[in-house]
Design a binder for this molecule. Structure first.
Ligand SMILES: Nc1ncnc2c1ncn2[C@@H]1O[C@H](COP(=O)(O)OP(=O)(O)OP(=O)(O)O)[C@@H](O)[C@H]1O
Ligand SMILES: [Mg+2]
Length: 316
């Protein structure tokens, strides 16, 4: 890798062979993964997998038994204060004074922490969509607003990485979506990395570029979600078309395409095809003058895989 590339994609967080042992039990066992600048990474695993334990070690709330964690190249073991200064984190529920406004709560924190300007308070409030509510008392905030106030607080000192333990816990679907949108915006606008844990694939697959799957304290797999499919890889596509009967007839003649199912009053057809053959499929439908309204990649397989990785019904 060239020096330029190193500067463009610096590793913000590096978890190296980290273990946490209590008594004779390993809560986390030789876990390793990296996070680059600007990336949103999901730490995914069923209840009891070791997500909170891992995050507590990263933010320095508990010690590691083995291994080391580097934050912007600084060892949490050897350069604790400097390493931790690059992290913004919320572990469990952030505590706020309910009788004070969101602004006063942030102000309180600003006074205690060196180098944060008042202007920064407005900036972070805007980032998490709390400008309008900033002067309302925190006790009038919804759960989602409280969570976002927590994130605002964690961002005040301009960390390089934001670490959130199950930030969508307890939120309704609209709240989850909002949280997702804000986190994406924060990663983009602040140029920082985000590590977010969850026990639900569906909650994080839409915002993460990568997921690190753990179970019983061990790494199961790391998956890139954003990267373009390998063009030789098969994709499963659900097509919404105006005449599935004719489409079936046409597609059956194509060696590259396998028909996996036809549904919903003959207006939906599911096919399996290599990524690089998708344009041919679309072209064939066009030549037959079959109207194509929608084409969705079926992500069932990812979910199936996730269940397989983590042993099926362990996932809530
Ligand atoms: N202080 C402790 N002493 C002993 N065991 C612990 C301690 N803290 C956690 N554990 C155990 O370690 C394992 C991992 O717990 P952890 O809280 O990290 O899981 P998690 O992935 O965050 O789960 P959840 O989805 O329920 O939040 C669990 O089996 C838990 O019971
Ligand atoms: Mg947990």
């Amino acid at each position: 890798m060239s020096v330029l590339e190193l500067e463009t994609y610096p590793t913000v967080l590096s978890v190296n062979q980290v273990s946490k042992k209590i008594g004779s039990k390993y809560l986390v066992n030789r876990l390793s993964f990296d996070i680059q600048k600007g990336e949103i990474v999901g730490l995914l695993g069923p209840n009891g997998a070791g997500k909170t334990t891992t995050i507590r070690m990263i933010v320095g709330l508990i010690s590691m038994s083995e291994g080391d964690i580097l934050v912007k190249g600084k060892s949490v073991r050897r350069h604790f204060t400097e390493a931790i200064s690059h992290i913004g984190g919320i572990i469990e529920n952030p505590e706020f004074y309910g009788y004070m406004s969101g602004y006063d709560n942030l102000k309180q924190y600003q006074r205690m922490t060196e180098g944060i300007t008042k202007g920064r308070i407005q900036e972070v409030a805007k980032l998490v969509g709390l400008e309008q509510a900033l002067h309302k008392k925190v006790k009038a905030y919804s759960l989602g607003m409280r969570q976002r106030l927590g994130i605002a607080q964690a961002l005040l000192h301009r960390p390089s990485i934001l670490i959130l333990d199950e930030p969508t816990n307890g939120l309704d679907p609209a709240g989850i979506r909002e949280m997702r949108d804000y986190l994406k915006q924060i990663a983009r606008e602040e140029g920082i990395a985000i590590l977010v844990s969850s026990h639900l694939l569906s909650e994080i697959e839409l915002m993460c570029s990568r997921i690190v799957v753990i179970q019983q304290g061990e790494l199961v797999t790391v998956r890139d979600l954003d990267t373009p499919q390998n063009e030789m890889e098969y994709v499963k596509l659900k097509l919404r078309i105006d005449d599935a009967g004719r489409a079936k007839e046409r597609l059956q003649r194509m060696e590259e395409v396998t028909i996996a199912g036809i549904a919903a009053e003959q207006r939906e057809i599911t096919v399996v095809v290599r990524d690089r053959h998708v344009p041919r499929l679309v072209q064939a439908l066009g030549e037959e003058r079959i109207g194509l309204y929608r084409m969705e990649e079926s992500r069932e397989s990812l979910e199936d895989e996730f269940l397989k990785w983590t042993g099926g019904n362990c996932i809530a």
